[in-house]
Design a protein around this ligand. Sequence first.
Ligand code: NAD
Length: 522
Amino acid sequence: MNHETMTVALGDRSYDIFFGREIYSLFQEWICRFYPGGTVHVVTDRNVASIYGDDIQRWLAGIPHDVLALPPGEEHKNFDTVREIYGFLARGDAGRDSLVVAFGGGVVGDLAGFAAATYLRGISCIQVPTTLLSQVDSSVGGKTGFNLPEGKNLVGAFHQPRAVFIDDAFLLTLDDRNLRAGLAEVVKCALAGDAELWDRLLAVGGKWKSLSGEEWRWVVRRAVRFKASVVERDEREASLRRILNLGHTIGHAMEKSGGYGRLLHGEAVAMGLAWEAILGMKLGVTGEELVDDLVTLLIGMGFPLDDPGAALTSIAAAIGMDKKRMVSDVDLPLVAAPGRCELRRVPLAEIRRELPGIRAEIRERSIARELNIPAGNAIPGESPVSNLVHVGDEVYEIRAVEENAAPAVPAEVGPGIGQERATAVEPESERAEHPAGPEPSPAPSEIPAAHAAVRTVTLADLYWSQGEHSTARRIVGEILRDDPANLRAQAWLAARAGYDLVEADLLGFLETMAKEYGYDLS
Ligand code: NAD
């Protein structure tokens, strides 16, 4: 059996990370050597148990053990689930010399690790990570914990595992969405400290699904090596380890404001990486070219870079409500160059203030990327979508008459999770069903006469998907004003009845809080 070993050197808390395929006999040897005779308490989740129930028995063959399968997912990373683990350990008569095996993704690893850190004031734990994210990141370094409704990972403990077994065979059953989510942490590691890994990722780009087993192993090991080297130098996150929070200040806020479990952690981190890179650009740390490369890479990998369902007010409110909170400032890691990060003390209010500008920039860049407009070709301050024109407060879709039969630009915009992609240019068949709205009046003189301006339900969809709800509603309102029987526009409005009320309520609530308690909503 081929395997490799990497040691995390932490004095008497040092441990080995074993890499390989089908390394269960290595795992058994290790347990028999270091925990002979004791009962092993395996914590997993129901998804993993349903796929790997037999394998868990194979990994534990000949070793007395019991197994707890937790409800899966981030929404269960809470104290109720921790209590379930405590009960399991108590019923299993776990003692100070017992061993907990966290067999699953990052959620299982964080929960089981935390229970092990705190049960009987600390018992041993080993990690068998089964997702890409947990293999490249969460299983190494000893951070454990769970979420509170108020924020991500607000309760936790440092508790280094006794060993980590990274078997790439587990990745074979992981779906694309979870694999991609793990890639976000790989991108983070590359940006924060491994320029060679960054170059490799840029070369792979959107073709990551076709990486060979050997290439995956290389990528995983590089990311783990970087993480281990940071942990060795700053186990308790006194300073350097904070660079591993790259993308997580805004990422955690996105994850929380969407409701835990809606965005995958890695998806939120990908958004956070892009948003914080733009913040880094605004603060003069991150170069424009690097931002372009990052946005192109993340979009190419298939990440949405914005969550239109998350209002800026709720992202702003969630920023800082996580473990990195330091009164009113955060030590924000910003990328100075691929593989080189610096920590900048930034007031939370400043990050909140920049959010609208960052979101606008993300949308512009995402659209430009979708339309394949080379970096730097967009006119500053104007939409790079060539067939959208702003006239005063209004937005029009402009289409050359001669292009009407065959729209030239398939202007798709990156969707939010679970949303359909919106298309700015409608197919001819759809257009025939619901005639376009009127010509804008007065028509701006610079618009060539050969172009017809139209407003469509699809155009409204485009704006809605970008979070521009009032613009989207105005477009549909205009269509209905001129064509009250337009069924598609009616259905569009009906489907969104009440949606903005939720946002309006939240805004009203936050404004009341600001008035009553002097909160800064900037
Ligand atoms: P996860 O644990 O929720 O796993 C994702 C999904 O994949 C789950 O539904 C799980 O049941 C399923 N799954 C697991 N292994 C599988 C396999 N081999 N085949 C098929 N399905 C499988 O999520 P995750 O992305 O692994 O981890 C995210 C968590 O990790 C977050 O809570 C995050 O905060 C935490 N995290 C912790 C650290 C740390 O240092 N402790 C670092 C990064 C992230």
